[in-house]
Design a protein around this ligand. Structure first.
Ligand SMILES: [Zn+2]
Length: 285
């Protein structure tokens, strides 16, 4: 089916009090696995490409974006294409011509006032082109000119009043917040602050985004969605599934040279992981 927009998937999910998952695409097999997993689960999903993944592809956005978009269009599941963790405005501006309906502009490393200015500029640019813009707020530094704390650093929590002021000052369409998850976790041991999620949901007028969900156990994800999280980012869990399948295949077949032999089970393992996460995001009750 045609690409759907992140805006549509997130606003529908928010209205229905459920979550929508966004999975990181690094290789073509990731995109194929996300589409297969969404078809198995019978739910929509977001395919997201990060600035780091673009760097892996030699800095070129168009080839991997075109591949992911083609996989999404060929799928029977409703799939959107999102550009994630963009720091470079040059890359953000390239999104418009590469088929993206949304982008996460990450100015979270800048001092607060600069973050607001840069993010508001990105939002203005996006809205002139119909592109939905997400941003992220960790914790604002305590002293004048102090760098803010990374939203994914251990122990960092987003303050609801700051988040509300930030959303109002920037005009963002969604806000990633720090509530206890961290990027690149390979064990699912994160404990989220569900009371804080509820306070953020009540204070912030735009949908909330949970990054680093690979390290969050099933029940914690369900509870986070019930408390008000809408967009759930998953990257590392796919890579763990992919690499685990490749490693076990090659351990048992040291003579294998055809990459299709190990990429096929790796892709299947990622699809099963995708379907598992999507199964958690159905409406509660
Ligand atoms: Zn993230």
């Amino acid at each position: 089916m045609p690409l759907v927009s992140t805006a549509e998937l997130v606003s529908t999910a928010a209205a229905e009090h459920r979550g929508v998952a966004a999975f990181n695409v690094i290789t073509l097999e990731h995109a194929e696995a996300i589409a297969a997993g969404a078809e198995q689960a019978g739910t929509p999903a977001i395919l997201q490409i990060s600035e780091n993944a673009v760097r892996f592809h030699g800095g070129g956005l168009l080839a991997i974006a075109a591949a992911a978009a083609a996989v999404a269009r060929a799928s029977s599941a409703p799939l959107a294409l999102h550009l994630d963790h963009v720091v470079s405005t040059g890359l953000l501006y390239a999104a418009a011509d590469a088929g993206f309906g949304s982008a996460m502009f990450d100015a979270s490393k800048l001092p607060y006032e600069e973050n607001v200015r840069a993010t508001a500029d990105a939002v203005r640019w996006g809205h002139e082109r119909g592109i939905w813009i997400e941003a992220e707020l960790g914790r604002v530094g305590g002293k004048e000119g102090e760098a803010p704390l990374d939203a994914h650093a251990p122990g960092v929590r987003t303050d609801p009043a700051e988040a509300a002021a930030y959303a109002a000052a920037t005009g963002v369409d969604a806000l990633a917040v720090a509530v206890g998850s961290a990027h690149a976790m390979t064990e699912r041991t994160a404990a989220l602050d569900h009371a804080l999620i509820a306070r953020l949901r009540d204070a912030v007028p735009v949908p909330l985004v949970l990054h680093g969900s690979s390290g969050v156990p099933d029940d914690e994800i369900r509870a986070a969605v019930a408390a008000g999280m809408v967009k759930i980012h998953v990257g590392t869990a796919l890579n763990s599934a992919f690499t685990g399948a490749v490693r076990s295949f090659l351990a048992n077949g040291p003579g294998v040279v055809d990459p299709r032999k190990y990429l096929a089970p790796a892709r299947d393992a990622m699809a099963a992981t995708v379907a598992g996460f999507l199964g958690l995001l159905r409406p509660a009750g």
